[in-house]
Design a protein around this ligand. Structure first.
Ligand code: SF4
Ligand code: SF4
Length: 105
């Protein structure tokens, strides 16, 4: 499978931080929600629609979109730190993490 062009990854922002009560309070106060965690790390997600996402779920700056958007999803770090790489992408995303190749396919 691959990108279904659903635009879901353009409606949320995800970041991983080492567990820290002060950091967690800071993120919660700004609307982030804990998505998955273990004893050391938490993935935080902020639901927000990118202003460059059109009503047709197209990027209006596609040719010049940020590098993070160009390489999504290549977040190998998720598995290295013990978080589920399949949860690093939005629900219903066409990409699945392949344990053998260590890449999203
Ligand atoms: S969430 Fe996945 S399938 Fe949907 S646009 Fe983003 S990469 Fe493509
Ligand atoms: S810049 Fe484009 S690709 Fe990146 S999140 Fe916004 S709409 Fe999506």
């Amino acid at each position: 499978m691959a990108c279904k062009q659903c635009g879901k990854c353009c409606t949320q922002f995800s970041i991983v931080y080492p567990n820290n009560d002060e950091q967690a309070e800071f993120l919660r106060a700004r609307g982030f929600k804990a998505w998955q965690s273990n004893d050391k790390f938490t993935q935080w997600v902020l639901r927000t629609r990118c202003p460059h996402l059109t009503q047709e779920n197209k990027c209006d700056i596609y040719e010049g979109r940020p590098l993070a958007c160009q390489v999504f999803p290549v977040t190998l770090m998720y598995q290295k730190i013990g978080l589920d790489p399949d949860k690093a992408v939005p629900k219903g995303c066409g990409y699945k993490f392949n344990e053998e190749t260590q890449t999203y396919e």
